[in-house]
Design a protein around this ligand. Sequence first.
Ligand code: F6P
Length: 536
Amino acid sequence: MTIWDELHLHHAAVKDRPISELFENENRAADFSAEFGAFLFDYSKTNIDATTRDLLIRLAEARGVAARRTAMFQGARINETEDRAVLHTALRAGAATIPVDGQDVMPAVRATLARMRTFAEDVRAGRFAAQGGRITDVVNIGIGGSDLGPAMATLALAHVHDGPRCHFVSNVDGAHVHDTLAVLNPETTLVIVASKTFTTAETMANAETARRWMAARVADPAAQFVALSSATGRTAEWGIAPERVFGFEDWVGGRYSVWSPIGLSLMLAIGAARFDGFLAGARAMDGHFRTAPFAENLPVLLALVGIWHNQICGYATRAVLPYDQRLARLPAYLQQLEMESNGKRVAMDGTDLPFHSGPVVWGEPGTNGQHAFYQLIHQGTRVVPCEFLLAANGHEPDLAHQHLLLVANCLAQSEALMRGRSLDEARALMAAKGLSGAELDRQARHRVFPGNRPSTTLLYPQLTPEALGAILALYEHRVFVEGVILGINSFDQWGVELGKELALALAPVLEGRDPGTGKDGSTRALAARIAELRAG
Ligand code: F6P
C-alpha cells in the first residue's frame, strides 16, 4: 500500500469527524501550530490529526522533498523541461557563494543589486532627473511576473512609500495604458519596460505606445526609459542604453522575479534600505525552510495542508483571505505563483498525473469578501478551505480601534467556519423571534451553517518589508514542496503558449487579410461579427 493509499484510507475514516471535536485536546492549538520568528501558522482548525500529519510528513519524505530542496538551493537544473536552474533564492542570498556550472553566481547578483540601488537612490534624490526635472512618476510596463510582484508589493508597502508615484500597466487593452498615461506628465515620468524575454506581445505594444507618448513631448524619449530583462540584445535593439538596462539570469522564473531587477519599481517607491529589508525577510524564510524539521517547517506544513485538502479531501479550490487591505493584490499574485507553477497535467517524466494538479486559488481581502462571497463558503455545497493572513497591528495608530474590528472579524470567520450553527440552535433563534410550527422549521433550515469547514491562519505582528519578504518566500516554498510531492515541474509554463500562438494567427483574420479557413465555426462567426461591429 502506498502512502497515498494510506492517506485516502485515513481520510475515509475521519472525514465526517467534526473539527471542533479535535479541540477536546486542550493543547490542540499549540500542537497544530508552528512558529518561525514572529510568524505563527495555525492549522488547528483543519481535520488534520497526529496520524494525518505523520502520514503527510512521510509522504513529503518519500517524494524526496529534502533532496529536491537541496538541489534547488544548490543551483541544479531542476527545471528539466527548460534545462534551467531555479535560483530566485540567490537573489536574496546576501553574502553566500552559489556555484552554478562551476561559477559563483553571487558576484553578478550583488553587482546588479548595487546598480539598482544607485539608480533608485539617484532617482529618489533627484540626481537622475527627467527632461522636465525631478521624476515624479514611474510607469512599470510588464505583465504576469513582470507586473504582479512589484504591483502587489508596492501596494503592500504603501505606508512606507516615499519615492515617486508608481503606476503599473499590464493589459494589452489600450484602455490600461491610455488611462494610466492620460494623467501623467511625460516630462517628469520614468518608464520601466519589464520583460524577462523582451518579446511579450502585451508589454512590447504598451512600451511602443508609451514611447510615442513620450516622444510627443520630450526631446530624447529613450533617455527616460529603463529596461529590466534577461534579453540584453533585444533591449539594445529597442533603443535603451546599456546603463539603464538591469539584467538577470534565465534561472529567475517570471513569477519568482520580484527579488530581481523586476522589483525596481518597488525599490524606487520604498528606497534601497527597505528593499534590503524585504530581501532579508525572504532570506530568513529561506533559512527556516532549509533547516527546520518538516513538522515545524512553515512552508512544508502549508504545503502538506494544501495536499491534504486538494489531493486527499478533494477540495478543488482554496481561498486566500488577507485581513490586511494592503495585501489586496496578494491573491492575484498567488494565482500566478501557484496556478502557473502547479497547474500541470503530466509528471516530470511525461506520464499523466495520477491525481489532480494544484488547486484553483482565489480570494479578496477581508472584510470585503465577507459581504460578497463568504455566503458560499459558509453555506454552499462545496467546501472551500480558507487561508487567512492577519497582521496583529496596523500602521495607523489613530485607527487602532478599526484594526481591532478587522482582527475580530478574521477570528470570527475561522471560528464560524469550524463551528457552524446546528438546526437546534437555528430553531431556538427562530423560536425566540416568535416563530412556531412549519414556518419555524422552514426558516430555521435557512439559518443552519454546516460548519466543519477548514481554515488556517498565518499571524504576524505587522506588514513590514521584512514580513512581506518572508510571506512571499513562504508561499514560493509552499508551491515548491507541493510541486515536488505531485512530481511535476513547477518552473515551466507551457500551458500559456497555445493561446499566444493562436492570438498571433488570429490578427490577420480580424484584419480581414485571412479568411480564417481552418478555424472552427464559432471562432469564424465571432470574427465575422466583430468585423461587422467594427465597421460601424
Ligand atoms: O505568459 C506567461 C509568462 O511567460 C509568465 O510566466 C511571465 O511572468 C509573463 O509571461 C511575462 O513574461 P516576460 O517577463 O518575458 O514579459
